[in-house]
Design a protein around this ligand. Structure first.
Ligand SMILES: [Zn+2]
Ligand SMILES: [Zn+2]
Length: 296
């Protein structure tokens, strides 16, 4: 792996389009001017957790993988909430993620860490090559005009949220609540593209470098079980066993109980207990553990 490789022009930082991303990193410095109160800290934590849920349960599990079903209004709520994280459009996000799974860690993978940590973390997002939405990968959701509109005007939800923070708590809520949580959210999300292909354990044999990480699962509300996810992608849960904390899935179960989502897909038992890496012991040596874990 090398980060010193000379990249083609369309894979280098596209400065004019990437400037807002860098400015977002400077914006929390406004806290040196306003100070940060406890309510700003609480707002920062709340906005991080809520929007991380929208990204994982919305952009990722629903739009990219169709892991459960919901109504058209709720579908828009998921897209709008996740878009407030300022991670570009819903169709852009989901289409590029589908590409990642299709070509994981091959030459055509858009953000394999085999091309360097910087590239997999943010390099691919900031370059010119991947700015357009890959429409051929997201035809199923591109038929909804409200999603196409939101994909085009993807900054609207973030601006609405930023203004709301300012009106609610003034400049310190804007800097500490909105801007700081947005930056933390960037790197929490991007760590799944970079770190979960580098750090952690592998339970299942896959053709890529995906790994499971307990720490990253906490930080990302369940996305750290990335080896599980690459092994069996279409499930609403990514923590496959009770000890694999997956907060996004728990919230989805709650939304299911309220009738807001339904048809949550889970992996069948035979999938959980097969294709284990050779030296993996927890499920491999104790298949009855999987039965207990899944309650089947
Ligand atoms: Zn995925
Ligand atoms: Zn991956």
């Amino acid at each position: 792996m090398s980060t010193s490789v000379v990249r083609p022009a369309d894979e280098r930082v596209f400065w004019s389009k990437s400037t807002p991303f860098f400015l977002m990193h400077l914006a929390p410095l406004g806290l040196f001017w306003t100070g940060m109160r406890w309510r700003d800290v609480a707002l920062c934590v709340a906005l991080y957790a809520t929007r991380m849920f929208f990204i994982t349960a919305g952009f990722h599990r629903y739009f990219a993988h169709r892991a459960y079903k919901t109504s058209r209004p709720m579908q828009f709520v998921l897209a709008f909430g996740a878009s407030s994280s300022c991670q570009k459009g819903v169709l852009w996000w989901a289409a590029h993620h589908r590409e990642h799974h299709k070509y994981s860690d091959t030459e055509r993978d858009i953000h394999s860490p085999k091309r360097g940590l910087w590239w997999s973390h943010v390099g691919w997002i900031l370059c010119r090559k991947y700015q357009p939405t890959e429409w051929s990968m997201i035809k199923d959701f591109a038929k909804y005009p409200e999603l196409v509109w939101l994909n085009r005007y993807h900054l609207v939800p973030g601006i609405v949220l930023g203004v709301a923070c300012y009106l609610w708590g003034g400049a310190s809520a804007l800097f500490g609540g909105f801007f700081l949580s947005t930056v933390l959210l960037y790197h929490g999300t991007f760590a799944i593209n970079s770190l979960t292909h580098l750090w952690g354990a592998r339970r299942y044999v896959t053709t890529d470098t995906s790994r499971n990480s307990f720490i990253l699962a906490l930080v990302t509300l369940g996305e750290g079980w990335h080896n599980n996810h690459h092994y069996y992608q279409s499930t609403a849960n990514q923590g496959f066993f009770w000890w694999e904390i997956d907060i996004s899935y728990y919230v989805l179960k709650l939304l299911g109980a309220l009738g807001l989502v339904w048809g949550l897909r889970r992996p069948p038992l035979h999938v959980l207990t097969s294709n284990l890496v050779k030296d993996h012991v927890d499920i491999g040596m104790h298949p009855e553990l999987a039965v207990l874990a899944t309650g089947k």
